[in-house]
Structure formats: structure tokens, C-alpha cells
Design a protein around this ligand. Structure first.
Ligand SMILES: *Cc1c(COP(=O)(O)O)cnc(C)c1O
Length: 406
């Protein structure tokens, strides 16, 4: 692959091949252009880069380590299993990587307020954290159903000083929260900034969020080589929108010998009986379409509208996928793996009991895939992006699955 991949993609209109772009009304285009121009400026500015480095080191706790999962590797008896510990990032997941960047960009642009949607509340908590750090207001739109389901995160956001706006129309979940947040942003685009939660949305968001997440891959490559003297053979990451996955993939994208596998949630389905509404495997079962201002691969119902989706991991149940993931998959640079709820929960308990690390259910999908293939890959090395910690999931898991088998 061309060595300048990150510079080459997206193109100046935000396209990764035919995916991406900005399919939005003219009024929003002006705002997006402003954000893009400000980003172009600061991305080259040494003060900005130095400030971001300082934040990552002293506030976020980066670099996060790579850990060799020695007990799991021994038990499965095949490939070596390594974890990039994004769960150790402040606030417990990779999302703070882009929220701190977006906050710094907003500050540079003279904005007073950060606005976003949240599904499970993870992006909301990370953004509220960034807002507190930068001394900005924060407004998080969240569906009423999610507010009830994810109450601890609602409490966290409020403690951090954010205003949580309940969204009470439609299905009252993530999709409506996006609509509501965008509407609020358009009422006051001068003093506020929309800060999206993954590599989705209209240009320039997929690029900005991708760039801020590349720190995972930059660190991981250096650390892995330092630790083992080689590159990993396979890198896995779960894919909701695709931000933690592109973060780690970007470090290895030009190393054709490294297989990159994005893991999609098969939900309640099994591989030989996949039902609409019971999974959120957009790349595997979707087709080209537009949603939330960008062209990508999405799951559609029989009328061509976004299909209803489900995953046990609320961070993964999105009916589309970031345009860059759609592109990399379409040219064959990345592959897709499928993991259902039950496999993810087994991996959740495996890592907890065997290594003393409680993973997010999202990240458990990426680990489950690695455990599945490890047996037959003796001599190889698999690097799993452990996107987040599982504290947010423990009540749900215990209620539905007990404490797991010893
Ligand atoms: C939000 C979230 C995800 C999914 O988002 P991506 O953009 O696909 O990375 C995965 N893992 C964790 C822990 C999350 O909080």
C-alpha cells in the first residue's frame, strides 16, 4: 500500500474512494467548511501538537501499555495474544483520544460549548470530561430509553457539569439523539461546536476523529516491536462506527504482512441463521447508502431505510459504519470477523478470570475472535485492541449471566 495512505485519504472532499463525503444541507456545509479549515490550520501548528501531547501524557495517562496475555496464550496453546490497553486511558476507553482533540480544536476556534449525542453514554462522559478540562459548557443529547438503561453514565455526565438533554421522539435512542444534537448545534453554530463520537458523520468528522485516534496505532507499533522484535501477524478491533479500529489499524496499514480484522457484532444471531434486527454487522450484511450525512455501507430494512439493529454491546449497535472502514474493506485491506453476544460474554469472563482485566463488552468481541482463531496459529502473534474497560457493564452482565464459571 502507498506509504502516504493517511495523507492521501480522505481526499479534499472527504471521500475514501466512493465512501464518505458530506450529504448535508448548504447551511451546514458552511459550518463544516469552517471546522475543516480550522483543523487544517492547527494540524500543522507546533503549539497545538505540543499541547495535545502534553494532555495525552499528563491528563489521559498515555502511552497506554501493550500487555502479553500470558495465561490466555498458555490456555489456548496457539498464537501469542497481546492487548493494547485502551481501557487504561482516563475515563476507561479510547473515546477520550478524540474528545480531547475536538475540545482543543473548539477552544482554538473560540467556541464556548461542546454539543454531542450519546448512545450508551460513553461518548457523553468522555466529552463532558474534555469540556470540564477546557472550561467549556457541554450539552449531551440522549434518548430517553438510553437515559434509563445507562443511568450511571448520566450521573457521571452531570457530575462533570454537562447538561443532559432527554430526547423523547421516535425510538428515543441513538439515531434520534443525533438528530436532536445536530438541530441544537445549528441553532447556535457560532458559539458551539458539534463533537461527533466516532469516524462517522459528514466530512471533516471522519478524518478529524481518525487522525486523533491514530495515536493508538503509532504507540502500538513501536511498543509491539520493542516487546517482540517483530510486527504482529493479526490485529483485531471491534467495529461500531470504527474509530478504535482505525486508530490501531492505521499504525499497520502500510505493512501488508499484517492482517487487519474488524469484528462486527452478530448479536443474538448465529452465523448460519442471521436475522434482521438481531445484529449490527453493517459491513457483513449491509449495502451502499447514506445516513447522517455520509455515504457508506449500511443495514437497510425492506423499504431501504436504516434497519433496526441490536448488539449486547450498546457501543456497537449502529446501522452503518465509518466510510473509511467501508473503503478499507472494499479494497480488501481489512477483513471482517463476526462474534455474537454469547461468544463476547465468554471472552468477557475469560479475560476477567484468567488475566485480571475486566473488558468492555464491545472490546470482548475483538478478544473473542482472537481466542477463536488462536488455537490453530501456533507461532503467530495476535494484537487485540482492548478499546475499553468493563466497569460500565458489570451490573448488566451479573444480572443476566451471573458471575461466570470458575
Ligand atoms: C464507543 C465504544 C466502541 C465503539 O466505537 P468505535 O467508534 O467503533 O470504536 C468500542 N468500544 C468501546 C469501549 C466504546 O466505548
Amino acid at each position: 500500500m502507498n506509504i502516504s495512505y493517511l495523507k492521501q485519504f480522505p481526499d479534499s472532499n472527504g471521500f475514501f474512494g466512493k465512501f464518505g463525503g458530506s450529504f448535508i444541507p448548504e447551511v451546514i456545509k458552511i459550518q463544516m467548511k469552517e471546522i475543516n479549515e480550522a483543523y487544517e490550520l492547527i494540524a500543522q501548528n507546533s503549539d497545538f501538537i505540543a499541547e495535545l501531547r502534553k494532555i495525552r501524557k499528563h491528563f489521559q495517562g498515555r502511552p497506554t501499555p501493550i500487555y502479553f496475555a500470558h495465561n490466555l496464550t498458555k490456555k489456548y496453546g496457539g498464537a501469542g495474544i497481546y492487548l493494547k490497553r485502551e481501557d487504561l486511558n482516563h475515563t476507561g476507553a479510547h473515546k477520550l483520544n478524540h474528545c480531547m482533540g475536538e475540545g482543543l480544536l473548539a477552544k482554538f476556534m473560540g467556541k464556548k460549548k461542546l454539543i454531542a449525542e450519546t448512545g450508551a453514554g460513553q461518548h457523553g462522559v468522555a466529552l463532558a470530561t474534555a469540556a470540564a478540562y477546557f472550561g467549556m459548557e457541554c450539552e449531551i443529547h440522549m434518548g430517553e430509553i438510553d437515559i434509563e438503561k445507562e443511568y450511571p453514565n448520566v450521573v457521571r455526565m452531570k457530575i462533570l457539569g454537562a447538561n443532559v438533554v432527554p430526547v423523547s421522539f421516535g425510538a428515543k435512542t441513538l439515531k434520534e439523539a443525533v438528530d436532536s444534537a445536530f438541530e441544537a448545534y445549528l441553532k447556535d453554530p457560532l458559539s458551539s461546536m458539534y463533537a461527533i463520537g466516532s469516524i462517522v458523520g459528514p466530512h471533516p468528522f471522519p478524518r478529524i476523529v481518525r487522525d486523533f485516534q491514530t495515536i493508538i496505532g503509532i504507540e502500538a507499533k513501536e511498543q509491539f516491536i520493542e516487546m517482540t522484535g517483530e510486527l504482529p501477524d493479526i490485529v483485531t478491533a471491534c467495529v461500531g462506527g470504527g474509530s478504535n479500529a482505525i486508530g490501531i489499524f492505521s499504525g499497520f496499514i502500510e505493512d501488508d504482512c499484517v492482517e487487519l480484522v474488524g469484528i462486527e457484532p452478530l448479536g443474538k444471531s448465529n452465523i448460519d441463521n442471521v436475522k434482521e434486527g438481531e445484529h449490527a454487522a453493517s459491513l457483513s450484511y449491509g449495502s451502499e447508502g447514506q445516513m447522517h450525512g455520509f455515504n457508506s455501507i449500511m443495514l437497510k430494512d425492506k423499504d431501504g431505510n436504516p434497519a433496526s439493529v441490536y448488539s449486547i454491546a450498546s457501543g456497537l449497535d449502529y446501522p452503518s459504519v465509518g466510510p473509511e472502514q467501508a473503503y478499507l474493506n472494499s479494497i480488501g485491506r481489512t477483513k471482517v470477523g463476526l462474534v455474537n453476544d454469547d461468544e463476547a460474554i465468554s471472552a468477557f469472563f475469560e479475560l476477567s478470570k484468567m488475566e485480571g482485566i475486566i473488558p468492555a463488552i464491545e472490546s470482548s468481541h475483538a478478544l473473542a475472535y482472537a481466542l477463536r482463531i488462536a488455537k490453530d496459529l501456533k507461532g503467530k502473534k495476535i494484537l487485540v485492541n482492548l478499546s475499553g474497560r468493563g466497569d460500565k457493564d458489570i451490573d448488566f452482565v451479573v444480572k443476566n449471566y451471573g458471575f461466570g464459571k470458575n
